[in-house]
Design a protein around this ligand. Structure first.
Ligand code: SF4
Ligand code: SF4
Length: 479
């Protein structure tokens, strides 16, 4: 007699959130038809099945190879009272320090995008006071010591009436790399604005929202034809060679086929240090989004990158060890001089064991001398074989995954680096309580007391009504 079989491989058991009521539920990870699904059962809302990955080999690489001992923050800010994700944070059960610390300084924005996890817009006029911002910055420094990256965000941070005083307050602290997360409108429209931003270099970068190389995706995601204004902002940044990362929100059936064109567009600007692709994260305002139709996973974005941009191969887009499920990276070096648009990928020369055993488990690799030495040797080899004796003298001063630090070396400065990042946040559909513990993007709460993982902040901790719901969820978790 043959036994009945289920049509999948049972990979593991985990805990997740019901997409409807946000209560913690039991879940399984299942492999079926070359895909990985999160299967969860809520006693009230039934079974839910969510696609996690369409690339089983890559999924297993993240889960079984790119493992490192978790590096911790200097402080925990909350105790363990109700269980994850109701104790944020950072509570002692979290498994990664904040590689990126986000400082939100306003709810106001000069756009009202149909897709905005922060619910921002012209109708919201609340700005954090400078005193509150100082306490949020102190919190970041208390947790991180010398924060690798602080990202000033909002809302639209440039709308804060004391925006440059906020940048000054950041500069008074030991922050290695400071970024401004912006839609670029003030840069495009106001003479002298980009120049004033450039005065914060080095260790300063613009994180510029751009959803395509025409108006189609901007109209849907941002509610306006913005490509011309983004181009004007970029022209000003290019004139100053002010380090810029382009940040692209991707939605299935909208701009997933524009990835190659966006990379080509990005490489044509000398000031652009790379592109970060973010599949739509279904929290906050997300008009017209149907999770059954529009969700995109990290593995799907990864495949589209190497299909649409043949410069990169699968071997170039690798998991980032601090949070491999959610972050992938590819590094390339730009050509010298007028040849700056030519990209030579490097990541394929970084064996997993070098990254994993290299020492420091952080988003910034330059702090690890052993890893750096190894990479120098590899890059020396690469250039000596591929680009002749002139290239053989090149050395890479530092390598980072998600976000950069600037160090000028005699013959390979930061403006030769070009990186492609995929950053996938966990929303109510994909929230896996195993994975969320490794989130390394932490938001400073305005109370100046808590650093909260980006993924859970937008789900449970941002708005007053979410905090009311959290009280109920906590009561159910620990009656
Ligand atoms: S997400 Fe992290 S900080 Fe929040 S409750 Fe879970 S383990 Fe703690
Ligand atoms: S997504 Fe950014 S630009 Fe759009 S409304 Fe929100 S804060 Fe403003």
């Amino acid at each position: 007699m043959s036994r009945r079989e289920r049509p999948y491989l049972f990979y593991s058991a985990t805990r997740a959130l019901c997409s409807t009521c946000l209560e913690v539920v039991d879940a399984k990870e299942l492999i079926e038809d070359g895909k990985v699904f999160l299967w969860k059962r809520c006693m009230k809302h039934g079974v839910q099945r969510v696609l996690l990955s369409d690339d089983v080999d890559y999924f297993r690489l993240c889960r079984e190879v790119y493992l490192k001992k978790p590096e911790q923050p200097d402080h925990y800010n909350t105790g363990v009272n109700y269980g994850c994700p109701y104790d944020c944070g950072i509570c002692p059960d979290h498994e990664q320090h904040g590689c990126v610390s986000v400082l939100e300084i306003t709810d106001n924005c000069n756009l009202r995008c149909p897709t905005c996890f922060a619910h921002s817009g012209p109708d919201r006029s609340t700005h954090r006071s400078l005193a509150t911002i100082e306490s949020m910055l102190d919190l970041i420094v208390r947790n991180e010591g010398e924060p690798d990256v602080v990202q000033v965000s909002g809302g639209e941070p440039t709308m804060h009436p004391h925006f440059f005083e906020v940048l000054d307050a950041c500069r008074r602290r030991p922050i290695h790399h400071l970024m401004v997360n912006t839609n670029g409108i003030r840069i495009a429209r106001e003479d002298g604005f980009a120049e004033r931003l450039a005065s914060y270099e080095p260790g300063f970068e613009i994180y510029l929202q751009l959803d395509g190389v025409d108006d189609v995706a901007h109209q849907v995601l941002r509610g306006a034809k913005l490509f011309e204004i983004k181009s004007r902002a970029l022209a000003r940044l290019e004139a100053l060679n002010l380090s810029t990362t382009l940040v692209v929100t991707l939605r299935r059936d909208l701009n997933e086929d524009s990835i190659g064109a966006i990379i080509d567009f990005a490489r044509s600007y000398r000031c652009v240090r790379g592109v970060t692709f973010q599949p739509v994260y279904d929290e906050g305002r997300n008009e017209g989004f149907d999770p059954a139709v529009h969700r995109l996973t990290l593995s799907e974005v990864r495949r589209r990158i190497y299909e649409q941009s043949p410069t990169f191969t699968p071997a170039d887009i690798i998991p980032v060890p601090c949070h491999p499920d959610s972050v992938a990276m590819a590094y390339a070096v730009r050509g010298a001089g007028d040849d700056f648009a030519r990209l030579s990928p490097l990541t394929r020369y970084m064996p997993a064991d070098v990254l994993i055993e290299g020492g420091r488990n952080t988003i910034i690799y330059e702090g690890d001398p052993a890893l750096l030495e190894n990479m120098r040797a590899r890059i020396y080899e690469t250039f000596s074989t591929a680009h002749g004796p002139e290239g053989a003298s090149k050395a890479l001063g530092e390598l980072m995954c998600c976000l950069p630090r600037i160090e000028t070396l005699p013959d390979l400065s930061y403006d030769r680096v070009f990186r492609v990042i995929i950053m996938q946040f966990l929303d109510r559909h994909s929230m896996d309580l195993r994975s969320v513990r490794k989130t390394c993007v932490h938001i400073a709460h305005r109370d100046g007391k808590r650093m909260i993982p980006f993924d859970t902040y937008n789900l449970l901790y941002r708005e007053p009504e979410q905090q009311e719901q959290l009280v109920t969820l906590r009561a159910r978790a620990r009656p």
